[in-house]
Design a protein around this ligand. Structure first.
Ligand SMILES: NC(=O)C1=CN([C@@H]2O[C@H](COP(=O)(O)OP(=O)(O)OC[C@H]3O[C@@H](n4cnc5c(N)ncnc54)[C@H](OP(=O)(O)O)[C@@H]3O)[C@@H](O)[C@H]2O)C=CC1
Ligand SMILES: O=C(O)[C@@H]1CCC=N1
Length: 273
């Protein structure tokens, strides 16, 4: 594993839900040593508990955390990101790479806040990174070298899949895979509820629902077949599945999911201000 390590110092500024998941996953995947990672949060009262939880130093001092870092992962909410970048700009090492996971905020806005020719990569990861099954879209700002894109691909590649997209597509990515785990959790919860409704114990129903979602997703990714072709393989003429599909169509599941992605992407565009 050690030959696969990334020997870089990483500061995670804003180790909340997404930042915390990523830093733990980078260490869990073996890519980073915990000793090479520092993290910050806003509230001093949380630092001790989070240091113990994450196994890395956690403080409230963004400037000290950023000072020696090769990669600075910005995990604060979109509305705070530019003020954090302005705060750390004076201490950035030459060649330091800023990686923002904030929805909506452009690389140009972050470059502007940094006040110079700073390398900025915008990333949109998702929470399944916690179990190394995430997917992250990346796009590079104007001052990013190819090797820095490769570093970001190694970081996020260690916790799932990566895709590189044009920056104008990042809000669309946010609407699909950034927010998407929440939609799927709701679907799993609802499928399990359906199982309970027809007599299954809840724990069994939840395992059946979650494993069915994982298995179906794997078939799409591993066979390369169109999802509709895989759906047809399940659907026996005059059988049970087509009866269930009729209920889905009556409930407009497709239109509802299409709308969910659209509304989330629109909200990402709105948050950019
Ligand atoms: N949650 C998700 O699934 C995803 C989130 N994102 C992006 O990740 C970012 C964070 O979202 P999320 O993790 O959900 O939110 P959280 O509120 O869980 O995390 C934000 C963290 O930032 C910390 N923070 C706030 N201000 C500062 C500051 N000035 N300096 C240092 N740390 C600070 C907070 O500290 P404290 O804990 O003390 O309050 C908190 O830990 C957002 O920009 C979001 O768009 C991207 C992809 C997916
Ligand atoms: O809800 C949000 O704004 C963040 C961005 C993508 C997922 N969570």
């Amino acid at each position: 594993m050690s030959e696969n390590k990334l020997k870089l110092r990483v500061a995670v500024l804003g180790a909340g839900k997404m930042g915390g998941i990523l830093l733990q996953a980078f260490v869990k995947s073996g890519l980073l040593d915990a000793t090479d990672v520092t993290a910050t949060v806003l509230h001093e009262s949380r630092t001790e508990e989070l240091s113990a939880k994450y196994g890395v130093t956690v403080t409230t001092d963004n400037v000290e955390a950023a000072r020696n870092a090769d990669v600075i992962l910005l995990g604060v909410k979109p509305m705070f990101i530019l003020s954090v970048v302005k705060q750390i700009a004076p201490v950035l090492k030459p060649g330091a790479l800023l990686v923002s996971v904030a929805a909506s905020i452009t690389t140009a806005a972050i470059e502007g806040a940094a006040g110079g020719e700073v390398a900025v990569i915008r990333a949109m990861p998702n929470t399944p990174s916690q179990v190394l099954a995430g997917v992250t879209a990346l796009c590079a700002g104007r001052f990013v070298q190819d090797e820095q894109v490769a570093v970001a691909e190694r970081l996020f590649g260690a916790v799932g899949r990566t895709v590189v997209v044009a920056e104008r597509l990042m809000n669309a990515v946010t609407g699909l895979s950034g927010s998407g785990p929440a939609y799927v959790f709701i679907m799993i919860e609802a499928l399990a509820e359906g199982g309970v409704n027809v007599g299954l114990p809840r724990d069994v129903a939840t395992v059946l629902a979650a494993q069915t979602v994982e298995g179906a997703a794997k078939m799409v990714l591993e066979t390369g077949l169109h999802p509709a072709a895989l759906k047809d393989m399940v659907t026996t003429p005059n059988g049970t599945t087509v009866a269930g599909i009729l209920a889905l169509e009556e409930g407009s599941l497709r239109a509802t999911l299409i709308n969910a992605v659209k509304r989330s992407a629109e909200r990402a565009a709105e948050l950019a201000g």
